[in-house]
Design a protein around this ligand. Structure first.
Ligand code: HEC
Length: 166
């Protein structure tokens, strides 16, 4: 939670010096980048990366680019978009690759919280709250199996619908 406090205080300082809204946004992005960099140095982020390497990269590749031609999704610059549609947050926690991973619920929550800033920092909504162990535990009990591709398609359709209305 430290980085949120940092972000708020940066925004506050920017307001005090009468910076315009663009400068505020730049500051907030810059502090987000800094806090992500700090997070990636933590033990829990390093553990999440290791879990990624052991459980996920076989399909999604180490850099998250996957093999879209083989139906293995690219996560880079894409995955956090799911957080912007109804059902998307849940989807990310219920895809088979996630629910079947041989990591415990706490590590799984961290793995999702790690992969979002790792592969798609720019699309994380400003009001994003990290996945909690409790919600991951719940969703893990309801894995998507054969419904996964269909759920994915309908979320992507919602996403492109929302984008075309902007
Ligand atoms: C056997 C291959 C495979 C493995 C291993 C795998 N995934 Fe996936 N992943 C997929 C496929 C295929 C999809 C698309 C949904 C579906 O059909 O299951 C997907 C979807 C996703 C999504 C949703 C993004 C989207 O575009 O649909 C996330 C996030 C994700 N995987 C993360 C992970 C993580 C984290 C791990 C490791 C714990 C992992 N995956 C392991 C194949 C895999």
């Amino acid at each position: 939670m430290k980085f949120i406090a940092l972000k708020i205080s940066l925004l506050f300082v920017a307001t005090l010096v009468g910076a315009n809204s663009h400068a505020q946004e730049t500051n907030s992005k810059a502090s987000q980048t800094t806090s992500n960099a700090q997070y990636f140095q933590t033990y829990k982020a390093k553990k999440a990366r290791q879990d990624w390497i052991l459980n996920c990269q076989g399909c999604h590749k180490i850099d998250g680019t996957g093999r879209p031609d083989k139906g293995l999704p690219n996560l880079t610059g894409e995955v956090a978009k799911f957080l912007t549609v109804d059902g998307g947050r849940e989807y990310l926690s219920r895809v088979p690759g996630i629910t079947n991973a041989s990591v415990n619920d706490a590590d799984l929550a961290e793995l999702i919280n790690w992969l979002l800033p790792r592969f798609d920092p720019d699309n994380i909504p400003a009001d994003f709250k990290p996945y909690t162990v409790e919600e991951v535990t719940q969703w893990r009990k309801h894995p998507l199996s054969i419904q996964a591709p269909q759920t994915r398609e309908s979320l992507l359709a919602k996403l492109s619908h929302n984008n075309s209305q902007k």
